[in-house]
Design a protein around this ligand. Structure first.
Ligand SMILES: Cc1cc2nc3c(=O)[nH]c(=O)nc-3n(C[C@H](O)[C@H](O)[C@H](O)COP(=O)(O)O)c2cc1C
Length: 249
């Protein structure tokens, strides 16, 4: 009797079920495997635990990434237990903790800057980027999602985890099963943001935008772009097209 290994299963259908929804927002200019398009970085995760078997398969995929002189300079520091999450919470910035506090696995991606002979490895960051990409794609194939986090305090992370200087810290990866709107903090919900453009003292537009908080400068940018256009419809679509970019969606 053969055992079904995770990478042979059809778990990716868990992500494929979102494919239709994703299609509305992500359309390639040239044909590529849906794997690349449907990998997507949500901020909402369920509390379904990630088993050792799945986690090790995801990390195994990263191990097989290409690297200069095959040095495999990447290092992955994992937080899964509550006490480990508490350590990570000390250095993840508040704007990210809104969602990372609910992700079952956090992976701090680091790399060794030096070769074994003590000389600098100029490719350590490049190679580690490849490893993270491979990890993300393998996670997607298993029906999981990932989102990288660059917004963390690196000095604090070094202090908390006692990481020496010859290790570079790149990003923290959230890994888990994608959740729905109910597990997403309200601040990321689709909401109404009134973008009010005032010209000659009269309000010419209030439009609906996607989630988030718009900074004053983003508001000004939206408004100045809108004022270059003539009709309310043009203004509305210009603003709606711009908002996801500004909000880093
Ligand atoms: C190095 C790196 C740092 C990132 N930092 C953050 C972050 O601090 N917070 C966040 O919510 N998303 C962060 N992201 C996620 C990106 O915003 C996201 O991957 C990008 O918008 C593309 O979306 P997609 O992955 O769904 O294609 C980061 C991604 C990368 C690769």
């Amino acid at each position: 009797m053969s055992t079904k290994l995770p990478f042979q299963s059809d778990q990716s259908s868990a992500n494929d079920k979102h494919a239709e929804e994703i299609k509305q927002h992500r359309n390639p200019d040239h044909p590529v495997s849906p794997l690349f398009i449907n990998r997507w970085s949500p901020r909402s995760y369920t509390n379904q635990p990630v088993t050792d078997e799945v986690l090790y398969t995801v990390l195994e995929a990263a191990r097989w990434a290409p690297s200069s002189s095959n040095l495999q300079p990447w290092q992955f520091i994992i937080a899964r237990e509550a006490a480990e999450h508490e350590l990570f919470q000390q250095f993840i910035l508040p704007g990210n903790r809104i969602w990372t506090d609910h992700v079952p696995v956090l992976i701090l991606v680091a790399s060794k800057k030096l070769r074994e002979d003590g000389e600098p490895n100029g490719a350590h960051a490049f190679d580690t980027g490849a490893a993270w990409a491979t990890l993300a794609l393998q996670a997607h194939l298993l029906g999981l999602s990932t989102r990288a986090v660059g917004g963390f305090d690196r000095s604090k992370a070094r202090e908390v985890l006692d990481i020496p200087d010859h290790i570079e810290l790149h990003a923290i990866i959230g890994l888990g099963y994608r959740g729905g709107i109910d597990t997403l903090d309200e601040r990321f919900h689709e909401t109404i943001i009134s973008v009010v453009v005032i010209e000659n003292s009269s309000t010419i537009l209030q439009t609906r935008a996607l989630i988030g908080r718009l900074s004053q400068s983003a508001m000004r940018e939206l408004a100045s772009k809108a004022l270059e256009l003539d009709s309310p419809d043009e203004i509305r679509s210009s603003i709606e097209a711009k908002v996801p970019e500004i909000l880093d969606l």
